[in-house]
Design a protein around this ligand. Structure first.
Ligand code: LLP
Length: 416
């Protein structure tokens, strides 16, 4: 299903015209399609139906409570990386028993909160962390269910900033040291070893790295069993890519088809941590053209969204499609432009040297595929209030986060 179709010359989110929405809630605005969220979650459920599994949506991709609650009601668990994400997941109604906690720098307080919420599993990333978690669990008179995040050392063939499974990365326990770390974990009274975990990177568009990494984890699980360490859960991480431009990432079904033979043979519950592939194409950033600025060198389209709203182009050189909200604009001649925001940085652009149909001041543009790592990475740089977030369901919409006010921005500060 097309979640952002043109209808009567207006770009819509499901059946809500973005022009009307912009008039009602203002710009910049993040707009999410509920049907797109549910469709991609469902694609995972169908693809892995043959084996016991739990989709733990990776909260970091988009942690809005409305988004989380929508996914939680459809059966998703949560993959969290901080006490803050634990708080959000619980507020959105995710039961503790469906939460897994990843991340290289968990604090004692965060561990305590997660133990009190009786989460499903901690993905532990170092031997030092094992020892601290053991202590914290014993202080609380409980045992922490743990998996070790193992770094399988495969090349995910993605952007270096989002590759995590290489030997040189800060993430996980090196594959060669995993057995020793498992032996240590098995001997700690405050821990219960329940799983094995991996995550090799994000925006992966090839299946081979997943296949190689899962094969290595499966071999490890078998060796552990020979040593009487019984792993019941295997967490295969997230990372499935989406189409931003012309990428052809594997579908959930293709991904599952590749991995199911190895995973079903293990007889474990499979945990998944998808983020981008659930929300990435479910959201757009809606923005209005403030000015056209033509110099001898270039044409700039200055819009009211900026790098503080969507940092991906500046940070990763990421490419996001930009569509005019008024379909009639598509009949106009194409020009080569930079789409830039009001922030005082040369890195403040949403698109560079982009061929776009001519737009005028006041026009609305939609920055596509902005549902993942969009709002969550936004900031208040230049004292810009963060955008409103809207969740669309059919022909209705809900403001799931109101636009920040200046008051919000200075709350907590003091004039000496
Ligand atoms: N699990 C772990 C342990 C992770 O570190 C991540 C993402 C995920 C799951 C979810 O991965 P996904 O399915 O979304 O690929 N800000 C970057 C992406 C950073 C990804 C960080 N880790 C971007 O905008 O491209």
């Amino acid at each position: 299903m097309e979640h952002f179709p043109y209808r009567n010359f207006d770009l819509c989110c499901e059946r809500v015209p973005l022009r009307a929405l912009a008039a009602a809630v203002g710009t910049p605005a993040y707009v999410y399609a509920k049907s797109a969220l549910l469709e991609s979650l469902d694609a995972y459920h169908r693809a892995f139906a043959a084996i016991p599994h739990l989709v733990c949506y990776s909260v970091k991709a988009n942690s809005n409570l409305g988004v989380l609650a929508t996914l939680a009601r459809a059966g998703a668990g949560a993959d969290i990386v901080s006490g803050g994400e634990l708080y959000r997941a619980r507020r959105a109604g995710v039961p503790g028993t469906r939460i897994i906690f990843s991340g290289v720098g968990k604090t004692r307080e965060e561990m305590r909160a997660a133990l009190e919420a009786e989460i499903l599993m901690f993905n532990v990333e170092s031997r030092s962390e094992l020892r601290v978690l053991d202590e914290v669990a014993r202080e609380l008179g409980t045992r922490a269910p743990v998996a070790l995040r193992v770094n399988p050392d495969v090349d995910p063939q993605t952007h270096p900033y989002i590759a995590t499974g290489l030997r040189t990365s800060k993430f996980g326990i090196p594959y060669a040291e995993a057995l020793e770390a498992y032996d240590e974990a098995a001997g700690l009274k405050g821990l219960e070893v329940v799983g094995a975990d991996m995550h090799i990177g994000s925006q992966l568009t090839k299946t081979t790295p997943f296949g190689d990494a899962v094969a290595r984890i499966a071999a490890l699980v078998k060796t552990l069993r020979e040593r009487s360490i019984d792993v019941r859960m295997v967490d295969i991480g997230g990372g499935l890519g989406v189409r931003y431009r012309d990428e052809v990432p594997p579908t959930q079904a293709q991904y599952a088809t590749l991995l199911l033979p190895v995973l079903s043979e293990l007889g474990v519950t499979v945990l998944l941590e998808p983020g981008r592939s659930i929300v990435g194409n479910a959201g757009v950033l809606l923005t209005r053209v403030l000015y056209r600025k033509e110099t001898r060198e270039k044409t700039f389209i200055v819009v009211d969204a900026a790098m503080n709203d969507l940092i991906r182009p500046a940070f990763y050189d990421a490419w996001h499609e930009i569509r005019p909200v008024d379909e009639a604009r598509l009949g106009r001649p194409v020009e080569r432009v930079d789409v830039v925001g009001p922030v005082c940085e040369s890195g403040d652009f949403l698109a560079k040297d982009r061929e776009l149909a001519e737009s005028e001041e006041g026009d609305l543009l939609a920055v596509m595929s902005a549902g993942a790592y969009g709002f969550v990475m936004s900031s208040n740089y230049n004292t810009r209030p963060r955008a409103v977030e809207v969740l669309v369901d059919g022909d209705r919409y809900t403001i799931v986060r109101r636009r920040e006010t200046y008051e919000d921005l200075v709350a907590g500060e003091t004039v000496l």
